[in-house]
Design a protein around this ligand. Sequence first.
Ligand code: SF4
Length: 88
Amino acid sequence: MIDLKNAVKTADGVTLNGFLLSSVVEQCSGCDRVRGFEEQQFCSSYPEPISKWTGGRCNFATHIKAQASTAATKMNPLKASKRAAKGR
Ligand code: SF4
């Protein structure tokens, strides 16, 4: 977890322990890990939020729930009728 209390604003941007922090991206909007610092918003978990969204959704995002596939959990209707016919 990144603690922005130790962040420092420099000419290059906001740095923490020598690492340059990047602002959150549009997709981060609504995530509980967004923290404000010097009128900018950063992620409390990742220094470069955009990299968390390039390969799909961020796996730490708190505002987007993993979509459980209902199609996979539903029983095939043909199987269901066969089971019903066998009395199982
Ligand atoms: S955890 Fe992911 S979605 Fe949330 S602010 Fe950080 S990068 Fe953005």
